[in-house]
Each structure stands twice: as structure tokens, then as C-alpha cells.
Design a binder for this molecule. Sequence first.
Ligand SMILES: [Zn+2]
Length: 202
Amino acid sequence: MLVRKIPLRRMPSLSNMVKMMDYNLVRSKRKTLALYVRQDGSLEVRAPLKTSKGYIEDFIKQKQDWITATRSKLSDRQETKKTVQISAADAARYKKQAKEYLQLKCRYYSELMGLRPSAVRINSAKTRWGSCNGKGEINFTFRLIFAPEELIDYVVVHELAHLKEMNHSSSFWAVVEQTMPDYRERRKRLREHQHQFEFIVT
Ligand SMILES: [Zn+2]
């Protein structure tokens, strides 16, 4: 979860005032410092190659309140998250059902949008609801069929729109909006849904 992105500038030193918390430092050619709180609550700092440790740690100390708030939000979420355990055989069955269902959905929206995928496939992806490649093939995760129908529809329209625009530019969103004027609301709800529901294949 990305949260703060600020340009590099001088900050007053807070060293010695607060005890340093553990963090993971990832350096790269980037130009700004960014702080991430991972799903497990751990802290990751992404920093330019030459930013000093003192500067980075001052930055973390300045963001302490935000880090604490984000961690507590995460743990609340973890507590309300529904985890469903399914067997590999069940997963295979769900994949088959998902294929039939999502192919039907694709056919319906294909007609409406005038965009036809070359294939519709089902995978078991955990973090992506769907994807579309340069060959015009669309993939959906079987997990999608457990989402409310209006959110499934949004994912289908989103992936079909990629047949026209292989990016997330404003022209891409215009294609989505044309078919689904309330897509913003659905997209927001889909993110919430992702945090509320988890499948574990055992
Ligand atoms: Zn997309």
C-alpha cells in the first residue's frame, strides 16, 4: 500500500527523540522517498541510491503517526476478512463454472461494446481479477465468480476495454465509462471486496 510520496527536501532532524522502528530498505534510481506498510504490517522504504540513512530515518520518524494508523487499519481488516478453505477438487470445479459463466458475460458485453476477445481463459490468480494480452486473450481468476455480479461485470468490461486500449489512459477509461457510467463506484467496491474475502486452496 503506497501512501506518502514526497519530493526530497530538507527536514528537521528528529534523531534521538524517537526509537527507530525496523524497516526494509530498497534502493533504486527513483527520485523520491516512499513508505509502504505491507500486508503483514512490516515497513518498507524505497529510496534513491544516495539518500543518507539519517535522512531516511528522520523521514520514517516524521511519518510515525501515519504508520501506526495504517497498521491498525490493516489489523482491523485482517480480523474481518473471511477466509474460505477449499480443496483442489473444489477449485477445479469452480474454475469450470467460472469459465462457463465468464464466457457468457464476455459474450454479452462483447456485443454491447463491439469488442471480441480471441479467447477467454480461467486461472487461479490471487491478486489479479483479470488480464488481457496483446493477442487479445482475456484471463480471469475463478475467484471472481464469488464477487457480487455488478463487480464481475465491471471486471469483464475493464478487460474487454483493453482490447481497444492496452493501457490505463484516459481514452481507456472513456471506453469503460461508455458502457458502464458508474465504473468508479464499482472499482472502489471491488477493492473493498478484495480485502474482505480470501480463498485458500488446500
Ligand atoms: Zn486494466
